[in-house]
Design a protein around this ligand. Structure first.
Ligand SMILES: NC(=O)C1=CN([C@@H]2O[C@H](COP(=O)(O)OP(=O)(O)OC[C@H]3O[C@@H](n4cnc5c(N)ncnc54)[C@H](O)[C@@H]3O)[C@@H](O)[C@H]2O)[C@@H](O)CC1
Ligand SMILES: Nc1ncnc2c1ncn2[C@@H]1O[C@H](COP(=O)(O)OP(=O)(O)O)[C@@H](O)[C@H]1O
Ligand SMILES: [Mg+2]
Length: 283
């Protein structure tokens, strides 16, 4: 087990090239947030925006449009029932997040099937929340995607792998992961989140109980997405994922010095400050 340190942030977060534009920093599409869980989609997309993705689109239930734009007009919105437009948006994305607040109803199942069918091999696909629970149900398999990142918490991993939380040992997790597409990255969220990839296991060393608030994992998906979009070039999503997990926890623990609880939106606001700090660290 390799403990993550600040070094991963210095390695991954680069000063922005002067000759650049929004296209340089990647397109993220978040497919998330039904009528009940609209906040999940908004939190995931906001996190992608604050973590530096060049262009962010949220595909969500139509009812979430005004809430998103009242909060972040920078984020584009797509009604996810507009299938042709959604398919086009999937095709033009570099990174796709699917699952936060998707729900489990037949509409969510159809949407997930559609996303899994429409993604192409060059894209990074991050699967979280309800999408993981739907896959665990058995009817919708993961696509054979070279860059597939799963972000279950322990109960979602229980559903997916069949391993009880007490049974989620490193060896058992590796055996279960071997049943999934070969290059899958598993971000197994908990107090000290573990990341499984390339036969290796990493342990996050940041994050505190002040972060135990609904939406905190939805927020992590957006940070991972933005980091893969900006810093995951050459089809290498692992360092970007490790840095995103570390930064998410670091933002929470720094806020927790004088906040009893840290809200996902407060974490988002910290991200540009922390990224500036670590992009300069190597200069
Ligand atoms: N504001 C929103 O719109 C929110 C929407 N959410 C969405 O709601 C859907 C259901 O997700 P939930 O996770 O709430 O429900 P789940 O039923 O999938 O899992 C929650 C259960 O897992 C248990 N658990 C065990 N170990 C855990 C661990 N290490 N971390 C977290 N939980 C652990 C919890 O006690 C809880 O009973 C997802 O699609 C999710 O993205 C949640 O993110 C909450 C906030
Ligand atoms: N006690 C804790 N210590 C460290 N990190 C925590 C703690 N509680 C929650 N987190 C982090 O918050 C996130 C919670 O994810 P998740 O349960 O999927 O939230 P949600 O689905 O509500 O958005 C994970 O990244 C987890 O590591
Ligand atoms: Mg979650």
């Amino acid at each position: 087990m390799i403990d993550l340190t600040e070094r991963i942030l210095r390695q991954v977060i680069q000063p922005r090239p002067v000759e650049s534009h929004k296209g340089t920093f990647g397109r993220v599409l978040v497919v998330a947030g039904n009528e009940q869980y609209g906040g999940a989609g908004i939190m995931s997309a906001s996190a992608a925006l604050f973590a530096g993705a060049g262009l962010v689109t949220l595909a969500s239930a139509a009812v979430n449009r005004t809430a998103l734009h009242a909060r972040h007009p920078e984020i584009m919105f797509l009604d996810w029932t507009e299938t042709a437009a959604l398919r086009k948006s999937i095709q033009s994305a570099d990174v796709i997040v699917v699952g936060p607040g998707l729900g489990l109803d037949p509409g969510a199942q159809a949407l997930l099937r559609m996303v899994f069918t429409a993604v192409n091999a060059a894209q990074t696909l991050i699967v979280d929340g309800s999408a993981l629970t739907l896959v665990a149900g058995g009817a919708i398999p993961f696509p054979q995607q070279p860059q597939l990142i799963l972000t279950p918490h322990q109960e979602e991993w229980h559903r997916l792998s069949g391993l009880t939380i007490a049974g989620q040992t490193v060896r058992a997790n590796q055996t279960a992961l071997a049943q999934l597409p070969e290059t899958t990255i598993l971000v197994l969220k908990q107090h000290r989140t573990q990341i499984y990839a390339d036969q290796q296991v990493y342990r996050n060393t940041t994050g505190v109980a002040a972060m135990a608030t609904g939406g905190m994992g939805d927020t992590l998906t957006g940070i991972i997405a933005a980091f893969c979009a900006q810093f995951g070039q050459n089809k290498k999503p692992l360092p970007a994922t490790l840095a995103a997990v570390y930064l998410h926890g670091l933002a929470g623990q720094e806020l927790a010095v004088d906040h009893y609880v840290t809200l996902p939106s407060q974490i988002c606001a910290q991200l540009p400050l922390l990224m500036a700090r670590f992009s300069r660290a190597g200069l």
